[in-house]
Design a protein around this ligand. Sequence first.
Ligand SMILES: O=C(O)CCC(=O)C(=O)O
Length: 267
Amino acid sequence: MAGLKTGPAGEAGTRPIAEPVGRDLKSLYQREGFAFVAGFVDTTTATLIRQTIDGLYERIQDLPPGHVDDLAPESARAGRPGIPAIRNILRLDPELRHILEPATLGAARSFLGKTAPILWDVAVYMPVGLPEVESPWHQDAAVYGLTGKREPKSYGYFWMALEDVDASGGAIRFVPGSHLGPKLPHHWRRGDENSGMETSAAIDPATVYTSSLRAGDATFHHPCLVYGAGPNLSDLCRKAWVLGVGAPNLPPWLHRLRVAFQGRFSR
Ligand SMILES: O=C(O)CCC(=O)C(=O)O
């Protein structure tokens, strides 16, 4: 695997070579199902984003309904959510979209071959002191089977580190090449539709690649890639922001309307 080394779960792989997003990185993405985007945003921007999202976590109890979930596979320990997630940060703080869009549009075009807006986002903080808690293995595409929602035509996911994260600190981990395999059976964690998904398929630890990242770095992964994260064995909260980008799969009548309006206003 060019520029990447696989290793057992929980062990850091060699940091992928920081190539510019280009043909090589795109073919790496197509072959392995993920790629590393060094300096997705610069460190100043990463700090600004992290501070903004920290502010949301500080008032997590007061956020409007529908934004807060717990992604942990098991019931929360007394009073503490295992993996608190805040969905749709961009709706809570639309300013962040302007900061992020140049990075996501450019990188998404390179991987997907077309400009793709941000469709969806979630911040996922993995606290200290819960060494048994991991983000379970899953394929993001499974959500469309579980919910019956319309699957975008072409899409993928950035996982951005808001602070440096290494293998023992709750890093994202992938099964390289698994996007080319079958869609695996999935169910909701804890049987709760407002949590997250996990697959019941067994994952061979020898096939796992764990990605250490610096603040502002990101990975981009395919919706059918099997991945998970954690556990966080460090003494720092693991802070990540996941952004789904893609071409929305609109009903034909809405697509025609959009094209007509775009034509009209772009002249
Ligand atoms: O960052 C994590 O811990 C996992 C995120 C995740 O599983 C998801 O966004 O579906």
